[in-house]
Design a protein around this ligand. Structure first.
Ligand SMILES: *[C@@H]1O[C@H](CO)[C@@H](O)[C@H](O)[C@H]1NC(C)=O
Ligand SMILES: *[C@@H]1O[C@H](CO)[C@@H](O)[C@H](O)[C@H]1NC(C)=O
Length: 438
């Protein structure tokens, strides 16, 4: 009984303190099972609790801004404005049988997603937008472009999914060797024949952070469960030096992480506590995740724009990839059962908070930093995937991110994306950016 009470309170922590689950507390009988829940919530899912349940489908009186310039000097068009068109001949670049780097929670084919219809759509930029068709990703062309170079992705499990999408696509041409320094949070895929390296660094906040009740330094992805339960100390005015020190060794850096800002945290600026979110500290000002996420992006984007620690390459901001929970959240039966993209003729979709504000902050902070980057001769670009991904409620694992009985707690995943799946198009956008097309 005692164990159950503890579990109940931890589950409360996981699902948000002021909420009531419609479902009973899961029958977890042992500490190992509890660890599995935390692990599941953290390591497997790397999740991102997102406030109230999603109402992504409701018509929006104010469509998400489409005025965002692609950020390139003289950019001719913005390929991120457009629509998904059905293409019955579309085939993924890789499958679960041809790529070994797909994680369990991304492996929808293995876990029996009932239809592969979600793989039969291709992104078409607006016909009158001046972009023409988006070219199908050409690995040979990509390799020619990046020969002798390396790319560093910085962020959370969604950044990791993008990395795996890219690596799986490229691995159809050359099989990479993988290595990791997982305690430090770095993973590498090397393509020696093409002299190209993909690196991933796990940091859910991108600014300096640590577990409030943990070691003085940030922890690695092996302790995501603790980070998820929080709180963490976030230094909103200091980039996470573990990756900024490594940035100069790379030609391209891609930043993105937002969702973890919804977790409990204590916020610092100038080394002083300035506020907190769900931290239970009576003498500390309550601040929102939106405040923290905006401040963190301002810090990171200005550091990149200022040529951080000798970094001379191209920095890319990949914007928020929205979740699509309907009828609840991930913890209380929310689901995403759509089998096709949202129809372009439907009213514009709206994201729920805090994602909508996270996206707006990214767009605005990018625009502010881009001016500074231009003055400093730094190439800073935005890869705005938000509007295109908002239309893909069908691309998540839903119930097919795990085998039967593999886990407890996070049954239905409308946050991560199937691999292969709609995020594979991000590589096409990346190729366009690296080729200087926008
Ligand atoms: C790939 O998915 C198929 C079902 O589409 C499944 O039978 C197979 O076991 C999976 N293989 C791997 C290596 O995941
Ligand atoms: C809040 O109060 C506690 C003691 O109750 C103290 O240790 C802590 O330093 C205070 N924090 C701030 C930011 O004043």
């Amino acid at each position: 009984m005692k164990t159950l009470t503890v579990i109940q309170s931890i589950r409360g922590l996981l699902i948000g303190d002021h909420r009531r689950s419609r479902h009973a507390v899961p029958k977890i009988k042992s500490v190992p099972a509890l660890a599995a829940v935390l692990c599941f919530a953290g390591a497997t899912l790397s999740v991102l609790f997102l406030g109230r349940p999603f109402q992504w489908w409701s018509p929006s009186p104010t469509p998400i801004s489409s005025s965002l310039s692609a950020g390139g000097a003289g950019a001719a068009c913005d390929p991120t404005l457009g629509r998904w068109v059905r293409d019955p001949t579309a085939r993924p670049h890789y499958t679960n049988a041809t790529c070994a780097f797909i994680e369990g929670y991304q492996n929808c084919l293995k876990h029996g997603k009932p239809s592969v219809e979600f793989l039969r759509w291709r992104w078409q930029p607006e016909p009158d937008g001046g972009c023409g068709e988006l070219e199908r990703f050409d690995a040979a062309r990509f390799f020619r472009l990046v020969r002798g170079r390396s790319i560093l992705f910085v962020g959370d499990s969604l950044a990791s999914s993008h990395v795996r999408s890219l690596v799986c696509t490229l691995s159809q041409v050359e099989s990479p060797s993988r290595s990791s320094r997982s305690a430090e949070g770095f993973e590498y895929w090397r393509f020696p024949a093409h002299a190209f390296t993909v690196a991933f660094f796990w940091t859910p906040f991108q600014v300096r952070w640590r577990l409030t009740r943990g070691p003085p330094e940030a922890v690695g992805p092996d302790r995501q469960g603790e980070v998820f339960a929080g709180p963490s100390d976030l230094h909103l005015d200091e980039p996470d030096g573990r990756w900024t020190a490594a940035a100069k060794d790379h030609d391209y850096v891609v930043v993105s992480a937002s969702h973890w800002f919804a977790r409990p945290a204590v916020y610092y600026s100038g080394g002083q506590v300035v506020g907190c979110h769900r931290c239970d500290m009576a003498n500390v000002t309550a601040l929102t995740p939106q405040y923290a996420q905006r401040a963190a992006f301002r810090t990171v984007l200005w550091a990149l724009a200022g040529g951080m620690e000798g970094f001379k390459g191209t920095a890319v901001l990949r914007t928020v990839a929205p979740t699509h929970y309907e009828n609840g959240g991930w913890f209380d039966g929310g689901e995403c059962t759509a089998t096709r993209p949202a129809d372009p003729e439907d009213p514009p979709l709206e994201m729920a908070e805090p994602e909508r504000d996270f996206y707006a902050a990214q767009v605005e902070e990018f625009a502010a930093a881009a001016e500074d980057a231009r003055r400093n001769g730094v190439r800073l670009r935005v890869m705005d995937v938000t509007k295109m991904m908002l239309r893909r409620p069908d691309g998540h694992p839903d119930r097919y991110g795990h085998g039967p009985g593999d886990h407890e707690g996070f049954d239905i995943d409308c946050l991560h994306w199937c691999l292969p799946g709609p995020i594979d198009v991000w590589n096409e956008l990346l190729l366009q950016i690296l080729a200087g097309r926008y």
